[in-house]
Design a protein around this ligand. Structure first.
Ligand code: F7E
Length: 334
């Protein structure tokens, strides 16, 4: 009997936190995993790609860029995947205020380039390609919590605006061309693979450095902002589940619990055995944003009902996992 061929997945953003966890997850499910990496002056085989170093031999990397339609079309035609995950973006909200057109191009228009490539390849190869778009809770911005799939969007940054465009473009390609396209409206999700430009990792790395005597002060911005923080490895399963349904749809993914930045600080410092974090933290106005999202709280009941997805880790658990990883990396276990 002929062996069933492996499902093929193509991941844009495979070197990032979510892309790398999704690659781990899909390899466990026996997928043939392909990823797109951006060209730099260092060739791909010489780049460390820390988040995917442990699986480099098991995946296939392609040079491409969300800014470059030609490379996207070429990769789509060559790989001809069953599933495409777009986890690539200029994803730094603060930076998007300094680079609004770049953010609109990559985070917004980039998804149209992928959707067009999917349309053409589907037609040419007579194959259905399922598409996952990483929408974001930044879409909700100043809409009152809790936020679900029916909550109106009110983005508060160039990043949020670009994600709103990408979200509507994905829904439109589903409605206009029948593409199996899903948007996961994911609330903040963190892990030891998170970039240091995001507040949770900035905090845990900072605490680890303070404990190791390498730094004295952590400089932050708005400590009152509230976020619904979940654990990234759990969130990639939700992405995959969306593409396994009979019908394409959009889902909010989050924990339903919200915490202020200062709560995260408390959890991290407490785990380090420090009660009073105030003497280690300074407010630097440079970290403030021209317009801020005050509070996000997910209402993810639909995901629970339809996908059977439920978050497990709490915010305090996540702070502990991240701090332990950072202390270990710095050579100082807790
Ligand atoms: O900020 C406040 C900051 O940069 C969280 C991205 O993955 O999640 C992320 O966006 C909060 C904000 O994440 C600092 O003002 C205080 O209120 O970790 P963040 P974000 O902006 O929520 C969504 C779902 C995405 O889609 C995005 O791509 O923390 N904050 N002090 C600070 N934030 C940073 N980065 N640095 C500080 O020093």
């Amino acid at each position: 009997m002929k062996e069933k061929s492996k499902k093929k997945a193509l991941i844009f953003g495979i070197t990032g936190q979510d892309g790398s966890y999704l690659a781990d997850f899909l390899l466990q499910k026996q997928y043939d995993v392909h990823g797109v990496v951006r060209r730099t002056s260092t060739p791909p085989h010489e780049q460390p790609f820390n988040n995917i170093a442990h699986i480099r031999a098991k995946i296939t990397l392609h040079n491409g860029d969300l800014d470059d339609e030609t490379s996207i079309r070429h990769i789509m035609r060559t790989v001809c995947p069953d599933e495409v995950y777009n986890l690539a973006a200029q994803s730094d909200v603060h930076l998007s205020f300094s680079m609004p057109t770049y953010t609109a191009n990559i985070t917004g228009l980039g998804v149209v380039r992928i959707l067009e490539a999917i349309r053409d390849t589907q037609q040419e190869k007579k194959k259905t390609i399922r598409f996952y778009q990483a929408s974001s809770s930044e879409l909700f911005g100043s809409s009152p919590p809790p936020q679900n799939e029916k909550t109106p969007f009110h983005p508060r940054s160039p990043y949020g605006c670009a994600k709103a465009f990408a979200h509507y473009a994905t829904v439109n390609y589903r409605e206009a061309y029948g593409i199996f396209a899903c948007c996961g409206i994911l609330f903040n999700h963190e892990s030891p693979r998170r970039g240091e430009n995001f507040v949770t990792r900035k905090i845990t790395k900072g605490v680890a450095r303070i404990l190791a005597g390498k730094e004295k002060i952590l400089r932050l911005g708005n400590l009152d902002a509230k976020r619904d923080w979940g654990y990234a490895p759990e969130y990639v399963e939700a992405m995959w589940l969306m593409l396994q349904q009979d019908k394409p749809d959009d889902f909010v993914i989050g924990t339903g619990q919200t915490h202020a930045v200062k709560d995260f600080l408390t959890y991290a410092f407490q785990h380090a055995g420090i009660k009073n974090w105030k003497k280690y933290v300074e407010i630097d106005p440079a970290n403030y944003r021209p317009s801020e999202v005050r509070i996000l709280v997910a209402d993810a009941k639909k995901a629970q009902r339809v996908l059977g997805w439920k978050p497990k880790k709490t915010c305090a658990n996540i702070a502990k996992i991240m701090l332990d990883a950072d202390c270990l990396a710095i050579g100082q276990g807790l």
